[in-house]
Design a protein around this ligand. Structure first.
Ligand SMILES: Cc1cc2nc3c(=O)[nH]c(=O)nc-3n(C[C@H](O)[C@H](O)[C@H](O)COP(=O)(O)OP(=O)(O)OC[C@H]3O[C@@H](n4cnc5c(N)ncnc54)[C@H](O)[C@@H]3O)c2cc1C
Length: 390
């Protein structure tokens, strides 16, 4: 099991108390109304959560990926959408801190650490999700600017963000395509759907779950951006940069899955002791006990895989295998657990009066975001074949 440092214990317990008192009482209703958690986000800013991994020299808390993952577990236990508000921002902070120039770090990180500027990530497009190299958004150099054309899709935090880490092709004819891919730091006015000439945020995409936080399109139409907004100094590095960021995102998704599954398990084990059928609590029926045993065991396994992946990446070790395995296992486990929790709740599990209904709609996103389960399996298999090559 993970040995927590004193600061990790303090952060986890502060976030847990916050979730218990400020999030759980309102999450179901806000989610049903698809309402953005404005007040909760302000409180998250005050708690320093937007700068949790930003180095102290830029005004952040300077904590590790493990601390971040533990925080995400607690937030997702309350409401998964809160971890969505943080995640693309966290990847933006990571990308700028790891690959940005000194000027970019000085300019962006202090305001990102406070949450004043929040970040989105624009990688996916209407015709390209898993196949990242198939994106068609182009940024063609013209004097001191790039001229950007194309359409991005599925931007979590697309409207309210002030910074959009945008993957483009600066050399659309490069072969292989990834050599022509670069990342741009697009600045915009958060909350404005038409923030600049040639830049449109597009519509908020209605979703099955994961409500409250917006998911938008973003359209570039001869949008001009200074060449100094290239992340780092060199074109052609965008693919590696985004893959590095996504590895962190996979740990984040595993953490969300553990958070959502923890809540589903807690709801089920409490309900099973309250609800009576055939003269006794349903927890006395062996079929329900089997569900509880399976849920509890799978949840523990998911936690251990999450901790292992987070610790390895925090230590700076190669962790694509562990992150992929943790993401795959925890997201599939979470989907099984929410369904079992729904079964334990019987008809009430299907009612909007009970939290498990929301968890059941939130969980499937975890099978898709940051690489689908199918893609995780290809990544894992590739790494295993490399590791065990004969
Ligand atoms: C709510 C939500 C929020 C999102 N937020 C963001 C965001 O903030 N930023 C961002 O850039 N993107 C975001 N995404 C996009 C997300 O990353 C993609 O949806 C995901 O990568 C899958 O891409 P796709 O939807 O194009 O599916 P496709 O790539 O079209 O895949 C369709 C199916 O084919 C399978 N498949 C594809 N290729 C293979 C293969 N080689 N082998 C086996 N199976 C394969 C997939 O697993 C899947 O089952 C978000 C998506 C959602 C739903």
């Amino acid at each position: 099991m993970l040995e927590l440092t004193d600061i990790q214990k303090e952060i986890v317990s502060t976030v847990r108390d916050f979730v218990q008192s400020e999030v759980i009482p309102v999450a179901d209703e806000m989610e049903h109304n698809d309402e953005y958690p404005e007040k909760i986000v302000e409180q998250m800013k005050e708690m320093g959560l937007f700068g949790i991994t930003v180095p102290e020299e830029f005004g952040g808390i300077g904590e590790s990926l493990t601390t971040y993952a533990l925080t995400v577990v607690e937030l997702a236990r309350g409401w998964m959408s809160l971890s969505g508000v943080l995640n693309t921002h966290f990847m933006g902070c990571y990308l700028i801190n790891r690959f940005g120039t000194d000027e970019q770090k000085q300019h962006y990180l202090p305001k990102m650490a406070t949450g004043e500027w929040r970040a989105a990530l624009a990688m996916s497009e209407p015709e390209a999700g898993s196949d990242v190299q198939a994106i068609t958004t182009k940024a063609i150099a013209d004097g001191d600017d790039y001229v950007v054309n194309g359409q991005k899709m599925w931007l979590t935090n697309g409207l309210r963000s002030s910074i959009v880490m945008t993957l483009v092709k600066t050399d659309p004819s490069a072969d292989p395509p990834h050599k022509g891919m670069s990342m741009l730091i697009v600045e915009k006015e958060g909350g404005n759907p038409t923030p600049a000439e040639g830049l449109d945020v597009g519509k908020n995409i209605p979703k099955l779950g994961y409500k409250g936080v917006e998911t938008t399109e973003m359209v570039f139409n001869d949008y001009r951006i200074a060449r100094s907004q290239l992340l780092g100094t060199e074109e052609g590095k965008g693919f590696q940069q985004v893959l590095d960021g996504i590895e962190l995102g996979r740990v984040n998704v595993a953490a969300r899955a553990v958070g959502v599954a923890t809540r589903a398990f807690e709801e089920a084990i409490r309900y099973a002791q309250e609800r009576k059928a055939f003269g006794k609590a349903i927890s006395g029926h062996q079929a329900i006990q089997i569900h509880l045993a399976e849920m509890g065991t799978t949840l523990e396994a998911a936690k251990l895989m999450l901790y292992q992946a987070a610790e390895k990446k925090s230590a700076g070790e190669r962790s694509d295998l562990e992150a992929g395995m943790a993401k795959l296992f925890a997201s599939e486990a979470c989907n099984e657990i929410v369904l079992k929790s729904l079964r334990v709740h019987g008809g009430y599990g299907y009612s909007k009066e009970f939290t498990v209904e929301r968890l059941y709609r939130d969980a499937p996103f975890l099978l898709i975001g940051e690489g689908t389960s199918e893609i995780q399996k290809t990544v894992i298999a590739r790494r295993l074949l490399e590791k065990y090559k004969i």
